[in-house]
Design a protein around this ligand. Structure first.
Ligand code: GLU
Length: 312
């Protein structure tokens, strides 16, 4: 059994990030499994080296040592950074192109957002498929002035799966997902493609993360099927977590300075913070200091809350 934490280093981690890190760790360790770290730094503009270094340091401060820890490589070997994994994404991308499943999309972000298209449950517009029907001539004309994004065509079918925490789910590909981007117009690979390639190649069997990504599972399972990197009986299991919300109902964000790891490390000890997160999640009844070993004992998916959690 292998779990993972796959953060994007676009700022200092905050309480919401360490909550996902800790619960994915506890779930893996409770089963005697491994827990690996992968840095999702595909977005070269937003992700910075110093944020990754800080992230590793913050996890170690909390006691969350990843099983792919390599001291001689600064804690994490280069192959666990998505920015170094283009060769894997290129071959996956090429295999989808060879199957005739990929097309060029010239639509601009602003056009997509303003179109009165149906929206997915996460609020992102479902793509209308407009560029799929471009003629060869129209396409060639557009190629002269613009580089296209690459979209994966979805089939007209539904994908059913069991979320370990939220139960039976069903995602209708054209209605809930739509043809989705696997490579951006700047050439960078998109999250959906990279996450599937990496989880498959890294032997990840359990994915624990915030429920904001529950709506991505349909697209990801579709990709697992199309890429054939691993057989269907070894597709990972998914467990989604309720979100942490600030008292005004917003999702915690990297802008909330009072819950960033700098503030938390100045004001809490690691055992205090583990206790706080475990209490917020519903795994213990009162907020108290708790060691990581004790936390493994206390952790139980049955105790984890289903509703989003307000952080006072
Ligand atoms: N890198 C993503 C994030 O930080 C998480 C991806 C995942 O867990 O699948 O939001």
């Amino acid at each position: 059994m292998r779990g993972r934490f796959a953060p994007s280093p676009s700022g200092r981690m905050h309480l919401g990030n360490v909550y996902s890190a800790l619960l994915s760790y506890l779930s893996a360790k409770k089963q005697g499994g491994e827990w690996i770290l992968r840095i999702e730094d595909l977005d070269r503009q937003r992700c910075k080296k110093e944020y990754s270094a800080q992230l590793l340091d913050d996890l170690l401060w909390l006691g969350l040592k990843w099983d792919n820890f390599s001291p001689e490589k600064g804690g994490l070997a280069p192959e666990f950074f998505q920015s170094n994994r283009d060769s894997f994404y290129i071959s996956a991308f090429n295999s989808l192109c060879e199957k005739g499943l990929v097309y060029d999309c010239f639509c601009r972000r602003a056009d997509l957002l303003s179109a009165s298209a149906p929206h997915a449950s996460d609020g992102s517009p479902i793509y209308s498929g407009k560029c799929k029907s471009l003629s060869e001539n129209e396409r060639n004309l557009l190629l002269k002035t613009r580089s296209p994004a690459k979209r994966l065509m979805v089939e007209d079918k539904s994908i059913s799966f069991i979320d370990g925490h939220f139960g039976a789910q069903k995602s209708n590909l054209p209605r809930d997902v739509g043809d989705f981007i696997i490579r951006r117009s700047d050439g960078n690979f998109a999250y959906q493609l990279a996450v599937v390639v990496d989880d498959a190649l890294m032997g990840v069997s359990e994915i624990v993360r915030g429920r904001d990504l529950l709506s991505s599972v349909g697209a990801q399972l579709y990709l697992y099927g199309k890429l054939s990197l691993i057989p269907p009986d070894s597709f990972p299991e998914f467990y989604h977590l309720p979100l942490l919300l600030s008292c005004d109902g917003r999702r915690l964000s990297k802008r909330d300075k009072d819950i960033d790891m700098g503030f938390l490390r100045d004001n809490f000890s690691a055992v205090d913070l583990i206790g706080k997160i475990l209490f917020l999640s519903g795994c213990i009844e009162k907020e108290e200091k708790i060691s990581l070993e004790e936390a493994v004992g206390e952790f139980d998916w049955k105790k984890v809350k289903k509703e989003d959690i307000f952080v006072a």
